[in-house]
Design a protein. Structure first.
Length: 201
């Protein structure tokens, strides 16, 4: 069996997760007392995943998954505690896959018009929306910044952060279902001690 990258998590069992947007900014105080801020690069998602395996089989799945990510290969990074909009954590309403029928973005690229939701679909602050193109090889992940309910035509105008990059393909699939971003493991950041008696991590 060939392994396809970027890789999804082998299991979705986590004890704790930190999933945050890191802003690439510098701040310099001025003589006037004001603070000058400069953005020197696009924001990026960073995460810290703590796993707890239940048996040797699960431990093997995780350790093999980690070893496959050598040479800075990508995996699908996401917030595993919020794969779907919070209002629909047990499943999306019937007839809606989570994908937009079409989408557009405003001039500042911080307001997304999502077409194709069901009438009255509830988008809550902290939900995620993602873009995928090039057969899933390229991804862009964004957080919804305010509660928005889709109108009768299934249209929701969503304030998002970070802003949508200009390099996102106009034909990209936009979805609120299990959106993700491309991540790499930081060298030296993995610790996976095994319990000698149970084989668990």
């Amino acid at each position: 069996m060939s392994i396809v990258f970027p890789r999804a998590f082998p299991l979705l069992r986590f004890s704790t997760v930190s999933f945050d947007l890191e802003l690439n900014e510098s701040h310099n105080p001025l003589e006037s007392g004001r603070l000058e801020s400069v953005e020197y690069g696009p924001p990026r998602w960073i995460a810290d995943y703590q796993i707890q395996t239940g048996n040797r089989r699960a431990t093997g799945l995780w350790t093999a998954w980690l070893r496959s990510l050598k040479f800075s290969r990508h995996f699908l990074g996401r917030d595993p505690f919020r794969p779907l909009p919070l209002h629909y954590k047990d499943g999306l309403p019937g007839g809606f896959s989570g994908d937009a029928s079409s989408w557009s973005v405003n001039g500042n690229r911080d307001e997304l018009t999502f077409n194709g939701q069901t009438n009255g679909f509830v988008n809550l602050t902290g939900d995620y929306v993602g873009f995928s193109w090039s057969a899933g090889a390229k991804l862009s992940l964004h957080e919804i910044l305010a509660d928005v309910t889709a109108n009768g035509a299934g249209v929701a105008v969503l304030p998002i952060e970070p802003q949508l990059p200009t390099w996102v393909d106009d034909a990209a699939t936009c979805s609120v279902a299990t959106p993700a971003c491309l991540m790499k493991i930081v060298p030296g950041s993995v610790q996976a001690p095994k319990d000698g008696a149970t084989g668990r991590i």
